[in-house]
Structures are given as C-alpha cells and as structure tokens.
Design a protein around this ligand. Structure first.
Ligand code: FES
Length: 127
C-alpha cells in the first residue's frame, strides 16, 4: 500500500527548490473515434500520427522521466481542427497531416522547444 503524502510534507520536500515537472514535455494525441459518422480525429490518421511520434521519440532516446512522454487521449474538444495533439507545459495545439508534420513536431518542439508555427491550430477552432 502506498503511503499518502500530506500537502505540508509535499511542500516541505520541495522547499527551496522549484517544482520540476516529471516529464520535460508531454504530448497528447486525440485518438477519439465516433461510430455515428460525426467528424473525429480517428478519421484523420490520428493513430498513425501517434504511432509515428512514439516511435520517433523512442528512437531518439527521449522517452521517459525528465524527457518526453507521448500519450493517447480521448476527445480534446477541438474536433474541427482534427487531428489534434497538444504539447505541455507550453500548451501548444497542433494539427498534422503526414509523417513529415509529426517529424517536424518531434524535432523542433519536443526535442528543441521551438514551436512549429505552420502546424498551429487557430485559437478560434473548437468543436
Ligand atoms: S475528436 Fe479529436 S478533438 Fe474531438
């Protein structure tokens, strides 16, 4: 059984040090599939994009704590821009079409912290 840590203990354990994120960057890919025919990211290569990103991060030796985590997600409620992925901690929202787009997100943003402007989702696009 895991011992529960109180808020005071948590604060004390980080006293004097800035809180450090478990992952340097975390990317979530919407893989949502709608069976009723409504638009969804699964209709737009979302699984392929996720698989490509995961493979590239692993091949680069960037997967794991202190580095990059690639995660599946359900609907992120920005379906009109699909397929979508979001990178934290920067909260940068991307769309993508092919492997080249994924590779650019990996190389530029996930490895080097530089946002890929051409793949950004317009702020007005939601569901
Ligand atoms: S189905 Fe992907 S954001 Fe909604």
């Amino acid at each position: 059984m895991t011992e529960k840590i109180s808020d005071d203990e948590l604060m004390a354990s980080n006293a004097g040090a800035p809180l450090k994120s478990y992952y340097e960057r975390h990317i979530f890919f919407c893989l949502n599939e709608r069976k009723n025919g409504e638009e969804c990211c699964a209709q737009h290569r979302a699984q392929e994009g996720f698989d490509r990103c995961k493979m590239q991060i692993k091949a680069a030796g960037l997967a794991g704590p202190g580095q990059v985590r690639v995660n599946k997600a359900g609907c992120l409620d920005r379906c009109a821009a699909g397929p979508v992925a979001v990178v934290y901690p920067e909260a940068v929202w991307y769309t993508y079409v092919d492997d080249h787009d994924i590779d650019e997100i990996v190389e530029s943003h996930l490895k080097n912290g530089k946002v890929v402007a051409r793949l950004l989702i317009p702020a007005s696009l939601g569901r």
